[in-house]
Design a protein around this ligand. Sequence first.
Ligand SMILES: [Zn+2]
Length: 444
Amino acid sequence: MACTITGRYALAPGGELKEDWAVRVDGDCIVATGPRQAVLAMAAPGDELLDTGDSLIAPGFCNSHMHAYGYLAHGIPVPVVPSGFDGFLRDYWWPWVEDRLDHDYIRAATALACVEMLKSGVTSFCDILEAPNAIPGGLLAEAEVVEQAGLRAILSFEATERAGEANGRAGLEENASFFRMQEARRKRGEKPLVRGMMCIHTTFSCSIPFLERARTMATDLGSGLQMHLSESVYEPVVSMRRYGKRPVALYDEIGFLGPDILASQCVQVSSQEIATLIRRGVRVSHMPLSNCEVGGGVAPVPDFLAAGARLGLGSDGYINNFFEVMRGAFLIHKAYRQDSTVMPAPTVVDLATRGGAAAMGLNAGELAPGRLADIIVVDAGTPTPITPGNAFDQYVLYRTASDVRHVMVGGRLVVRDGRILTLDEGEVIARAREAARRFWKGMN
Ligand SMILES: [Zn+2]
């Protein structure tokens, strides 16, 4: 059955505000957009009408880098004070979070992450599960919850040799088998919302033969491959010490880079590295808020954009309210560059939607015919008027998760009037609290 969504405003492709607009959805795709009356005239008997009154229709947010498992670590009382990026991983994140995850924890954390993302208008996300003791099957546990939530996702497991060679190989195989399973569903004519991707950690936690093996597997599968890249100075420093070259040069030398690679973070990259990444068609994900958290620095996002990068925004599983992520991207680069003209609001919205979809390889992120019907409806009752000249600033700066009224993923309404239809929010929170209590036991 087709559905027409009407609203007072719509954020159209190209950074344009449309008034009195409508979007027609058939199956899982947008089939028409245009002035309300013109689109309503296309309706057939029995079609659904979602009249959203004075609201604003927008493409759903594409969270191009996420760690749903990280939710149980929010506020965790660690018995150490980690110093530096290396210390953050070795003394805190690896032993106290990643290594202790099992399937139950993954399910509880993922459900809570899905609740938070749905409520802030995220319709798709690209996830990396980091849990060396939860394979095999960690990705299946996660996928079960994501599919129930009705979110679109790319799920992958971060394969690394930090927990030993055998664990590294098992991590690669976890990705390969999950990818094959989802592709088999697709070939049977199903339209699964989740798909897989090959994934490795970094050049400091993987040997060159391991990286080459992951690259070959990704090529053979056609899965694409994602990794963290130079989130702080730690990776380039180690790479220089071990190999005499920076990480991007190392990757390039072994034929690792290509348009099917999604590199996240990319904080401490030189202009030469940016040029190489662009030349190889590598896609990039930027995490303005979590970059601050780990003290990694400020990513050269304006330089990536000037060079024509396919770049999306991500929450990194840190602060998942995507309006906050947009505000981070809007503000941090202005302060850092002492230039209020960088990262204007239409650019930031574009990165949060179309850019994220491009980074993830999804046909979404725009209110345009032929795109997937991943759509949100946001309350447009800002205290000051919305005009064509200020609409994107109003959206980025003065709207937040509680203003999200409806969320549609692939033509299916999953949030209506701010209430999640696919998950019992109270139950998810209760389960996550209980899981966090167990997870935190013995830590304080
Ligand atoms: Zn990350």
